[in-house]
Design a protein around this ligand. Structure first.
Ligand code: HEM
Length: 474
């Protein structure tokens, strides 16, 4: 196993940071990052534990050793602030939402205010609504017709997320607009992140379209917040009869029937958040929550079509728990194998592949001196596909996560980040992914891949370029 002996070193032992081959004048390594991002970023392991690349004229230091990534995110986090080119571009979309706001008091305060939205007990109050939403959507798919899985997973994760966040009566037109706006917005954001910034300031059609989309997204989010405010005043009684009770799920808590969503927590803190901040947080959450979970689910389904044995084990687990009745929220804590399968998809496909920080002072990392103000890149995808930590990383093996085998691998699993900027939505993500996977298996006894095997494509996440699956009942 490769290891880095020292996180910091005395000035006498510091070595120059190796530079990745293949950089070009003006654009640096941008062509590699645009054309072959995943082979390029994983190839950097061969050049050292910290490797210098250039994003346009700007140098960036890619950390290829998970021990050093933990240093950046946790032990020396004070010297590696949230920032860097990707965040500068994303801030243009999200404003100062939790994911892009600089480190410091505002981040700490907002994180503290938002944390209750995402604790397990609070999320549990939304599980039934999410099951209903997911079930109605996957159940409406046409039998044996090729389905664009990534796009549909985006629709289902978005709908489930909206139901959790904003309640059960979210207007369909707003949902539709959001679905249309987001893919080109994110694609352009990542393109802007790897190009020199002067290119992104030119009055090119692509740049103008990007700005128009951002303005429209803000207007849509504003309408969503208005909608929620107007509905909160007229919420229905909490103990409405629910079909899952009749189906045999005995302990439905009254709170689960409420229409209100998790976002009410923030709206209730009216004096704490301005309208602009509420907008920023809503946009941030929707962006952080949708493509990440949709990608992981799409890859999970693809892997199931390749591994009937894994699919069978999943179905057996589901059948044993539900015992012939429809899935209900209480079942969700009893699917350990589903968790292993989902975690393996998240491991193998990232889903994030490039995240950045900025050094706040000259600092020694892995025996190299990194200057103040430098961009640091870390990559869950890179670490989670490192054969030194995950033997045969291309193999989809959910049993890596079986209890007893998992501890050594957990240290190199960075899919949700770590430290003070760790994903606030991790609990939510697992619940949502379990719900969608389980409702889908419940509705469709057969999955068949009807496209060629997908190639991994990068935007903010690593997603399948083309993935069609037909769902059948026999
Ligand atoms: C499979 C699903 C997900 C993955 C892999 C994922 C991954 C990540 C990662 C790697 C970070 C840290 C970025 C950094 O260190 O700079 C992060 C932060 C964040 N995530 Fe997630 N995420 C997922 C789902 C979600 C969901 C469902 C939500 C919301 C409900 C969410 C909300 C956020 C927010 C707000 C942050 C910023 C936290 C902060 O800076 O304090 N994520 N996520």
């Amino acid at each position: 196993m490769r290891s880095v002996k020292a996180v910091t070193a005395s000035p006498t032992t510091l070595a120059p940071v190796p530079t990745a081959p293949g950089g070009l004048p003006l654009i640096g390594h941008a062509h590699h990052l645009i054309r072959t991002p995943l082979p390029f970023i994983t190839s950097l392991r061969d050049h050292g534990s910290v490797v210098r690349i250039r994003l346009g004229p700007t140098p960036a230091y890619v950390v290829t050793d998970p021990v050093l990534t933990r240093t950046v995110l946790v032990t020396e986090a004070a010297h590696f602030a949230k920032g860097g080119k990707i965040f500068d571009v994303l801030r243009g979309v999200f404003g100062d939402g939790l994911a892009t706001v600089s480190d410091g008091d505002t981040h700490l305060r907002n994180r503290r205010l938002m944390q209750p939205m995402f604790n397990k007990a609070h999320i549990a109050t939304r599980r039934t609504a999410m099951i209903d939403q997911a079930r109605s959507m996957v159940g409406a798919w046409e039998e044996d017709q090729p389905l664009d899985v990534f796009s549909n997973m985006n629709d289902v994760t978005l709908a489930a997320f909206l139901v959790a966040l904003f309640g059960t009566d979210f207007p369909a037109n707003l949902q539709g607009e959001f679905t249309t706006l987001m893919p080109p917005l994110m694609k352009e954001a990542i393109r802007q992140a790897v190009l020199p910034s002067w290119v992104t300031r030119l009055p090119l059609p692509a740049n103008r379209a990007h700005n128009r989309r951002i303005a429209r997204l803000r207007a849509v989010i504003d309408q969503a917040i208005d909608h929620r405010s107007s509905r909160s005043a007229s919420a229905p009684p909490a103990n409405v009869h629910h079909p899952a009770e009749a189906a045999g799920c005995p302990h439905q808590a009254a709170a689960e029937h409420e229409q209100a969503g998790l976002f009410e927590t923030l709206m209730a803190a009216e004096d704490q958040f301005t309208r602009q901040q509420l907008q920023d947080e809503a946009i941030t959450l929707m962006n952080a929550a949708i493509e990440t979970t949709a990608t992981a689910l799409a890859w999970t389904l693809y892997e199931l079509t390749r591994h009937p044995d894994i699919e069978q084990r999943l179905r057996a687990e589901l059948a044993a728990v539900c015992d012939g009745r429809p899935l209900c929220q209480e079942d969700l804590d009893q699917f350990p194998y589903a968790r292993q399968v989902l975690q393996e998809a998240v491991r193998k496909y990232g889903p994030a592949w490039m995240v950045t920080r900025k050094t706040t002072r000259d600092i020694d990392l892995g025996g190299h001196r990194i200057p103040r103000g430098a961009d640091i890149v870390w990559s869950p995808y890179l670490h989670q596909n490192d054969p030194a930590h995950f033997p045969e990383p291309a193999t989809f093996d959910p049993d890596r996560w079986a209890s007893g085998r998992a501890p050594s691998t957990r240290d190199s699993f960075f899919a949700f980040g770590d430290g003070r900027r760790k994903c606030i939505g991790e609990n939510f993500a697992w619940v949502e992914m379990h719900i969608i996977l389980a409702t889908l298996l419940e509705a469709w006894p057969r999955l068949r891949l009807v496209s060629r095997p997908p190639r991994a494509e990068t935007a903010i996440t690593v997603k399948p370029d083309k993935l069609a699956i037909a769902f059948g009942t026999s």
